[in-house]
Write a protein that binds this ligand. Structure first.
Ligand code: ATP
Length: 213
């Protein structure tokens, strides 16, 4: 069987997209030799509603991703009704790429620690590998149940189409959307935490600027 280049996805609220997301996705693409899809969530199941609506978050993502072809916007969760469940997203990607190609769900270490609260979380491992991106801001210990489940699945690298947990060491960038929203709310302009093209059309940032009014 010929080697197939992995497909990886980084889902998130992206409210707004920032250099922490972008750099993490880029380094994962290089580490795994993968194409990475950036998948904005429509209705995050376990979070308060985003500041920018889906169209606004997508417009910023488009701006952020301009000029390169390795990180690709994938809006399938926005085209679906109801909450965005990662298990459904992985199933739809798996149906597209077939059973053999490695598929990798990328999650920051903080998000990984909460994985056992996700819808049908054990099924994620039948559809994909999980790539855990280091994230600064303290340790992110796993709950006992999650640790017991993932311990036998830990691996040094992705092999085969699904089922393993790999750590991906990335440059630690302590950038979070929460802090960016706080900056806007305080009347600031969080340049250089988000890519420059996000600032090119000032209207794209209006929902966040309105936090400070
Ligand atoms: P918020 O501050 O609103 O919680 P966030 O910055 O964590 O937002 P999300 O859209 O929730 O952004 O994150 C999407 C995914 O990207 C998650 O898996 C998260 O762990 C990961 N991620 C976000 N920021 C970073 C970062 N700086 N380094 C590594 N991973 C990150």
């Amino acid at each position: 069987m010929s080697h197939q280049r992995p497909l990886a996805i980084l889902g998130g609220t992206f409210d707004p997209i920032h250099n922490g997301h972008l750099r993490a996705a880029w380094e994962a693409a290089e580490a795994l030799d993968a194409e990475v899809r950036m998948v904005p969530a429509r209705t995050p199941p376990h979070r308060p509603p985003p500041i920018a609506d889906a169209a606004g978050r997508v417009a910023l993502l488009r701006a952020a991703l301009s000029g390169q072809e390795r990180l690709i916007l994938d809006t399938r969760e926005l085209d679906r009704d109801g909450p965005s469940y990662t298990v459904d997203t992985l199933a739809s990607l798996r149906a597209e790429i077939g059973p053999e190609r490695p598929l990798v769900l990328l999650v920051g270490a903080d998000a990984f620690a909460g994985l056992a609260s996700w819808h049908l979380w054990r099924d994620l491992f039948n559809l994909a590998h999980v790539g855990v991106l280091t994230r600064p801001g303290g340790a992110h210990p796993l709950p006992v149940e999650l640790e017991a489940f993932v311990a036998p699945r830990r691996a040094a690298r992705v092999q085969g189409p699904v089922g393993s947990v790999v750590g991906i060491d990335i440059t630690p960038l302590d950038i979070a959307a929460t802090a960016i929203r706080e900056s806007f709310a305080g009347g600031g302009e969080p340049r250089y935490l988000m890519p420059d093209p996000c600032f090119a059309d000032p209207a794209l940032l209006d929902p966040y600027r309105a936090l400070g009014l």
